[in-house]
Design a protein around this ligand. Structure first.
Ligand code: PSU
Ligand code: MN
Length: 305
């Protein structure tokens, strides 16, 4: 820990010393995924939910040349209101730390930082994936390769329906990433409980998911696993309902020439506007739901190891 630029919150330091359950959380969802003030309110509610479930939350961000594992209330608030925070994936992490910038971690970067801090479970909204039109744009999220490389179990509500979900599942299979639907056969599609596609694997308990995490390590297999946890029924927007808004947002992105890192934040913001806020309410509900499952998996891991 001495030669790594890590700053652990007092709560995370204590949890590590006691072998207690810890759940990592990303910060891009705060800076680029939701508008202020709902972003900060949600981040606080997610942390509170993890504590209520008997685990310790560790929201991760880059500030002042350090990887912060667990943020203070003031840091969370500043991040939620800051205008020019960089969105950091694997490629950007070291450069941001070296140059002293402020950065929010995506799924890929959060996995890297969590692993450096010895945290095995991470809860978020949805992972990045293979974008529609990837056969010409080559836009495939670095989140996918990270899942193949870094041993963190990521709990998400599947991948966002703005993506090409069949290609995303194919790519994860190629990379050897276990994709585990929790409590149902179908792979969920973020705002919707089903994508219409069957998930490669299904598990119905946090204990089984934790056991699979440990078994992967025992076998010497690198990488983590993607746990696809469907949004609660009362918060879901069905695929049929949200498809027109997704199509409209995608068409606008193409017309405006939105590319690279800007694509996902642009689409989320436009879908929020086009659904008159309904997509955000769903997003908040699914993140809280993922936090609960993440805490349960982290508790199982803490009890087993
Ligand atoms: N899912 C959300 N909100 C988000 C993201 C995912 O509900 O803000 C972020 C995550 O940080 C994810 C990133 O890693 O979007 C993917 O971006 P890209 O498609 O550029 O790889
Ligand atoms: Mn991309």
């Amino acid at each position: 820990m001495i030669d790594l630029p890590l700053t652990l919150s007092p709560e995370v330091t204590e949890a590590r010393a006691n072998g207690a359950a810890i759940v990592a959380l990303e910060s891009t969802i705060i800076t680029h995924g939701m508008p202020f003030p709902q972003n900060v309110e949600t981040a606080r509610r997610v942390e509170a939910e993890i504590r209520r479930q008997g685990a310790v939350p560790a929201t991760i961000a880059i500030m002042d040349r350090r990887i912060h594992i667990g943020l203070t209330d003031a840091q969370l608030d500043a991040l939620g209101q800051a205008k020019s925070v960089a969105k950091l994936s694997r490629a950007d992490l070291a450069a941001c730390l070296a140059s002293g910038g402020t950065g929010a971690t995506t799924v890929a970067a959060t996995m890297i930082c969590a692993h450096l801090a010895g945290i095995r479970v991470f809860a978020t909204g949805g992972i990045g994936g293979v974008h529609r039109g990837a056969e010409t744009s080559f836009d495939i999220s670095a989140d996918l390769r990270e899942l193949a490389e870094t041993p963190v179990t990521v709990v998400a509500a599947g991948a966002k329906a703005i993506l090409d979900l069949p290609k995303t599942l194919e790519y994860l299979e190629t990379l050897g990433v276990p994709v585990i639907a929790c409590g149902q056969d179908d792979f969920p599609a973020f705002w919707s409980r089903s994508s219409g596609l069957k998930a490669p694997l299904r598990m119905d308990s946090a204990a089984d998911i934790a056991a699979a995490h440990l078994m992967r390590a025992r076998l010497g297999l690198p990488g983590g696993q993607l746990v696809a946890n469907p949004i609660p029924p009362d918060a879901e927007i069905t695929l049929a309902e949200i498809t027109p808004q997704i199509e409209a947002a995608l068409a606008e992105a193409t017309a405006k020439g939105i590319a690279a890192k800007a694509v996902t934040p642009f689409l989320l913001q436009r879908i929020f506007e086009l659904t008159e806020g309904r997509s955000l309410a769903a997003n908040i509900a699914l993140v809280l739901n993922n936090a609960r499952l993440g805490a349960a998996i982290a508790r199982e891991l803490a009890a087993k190891a």
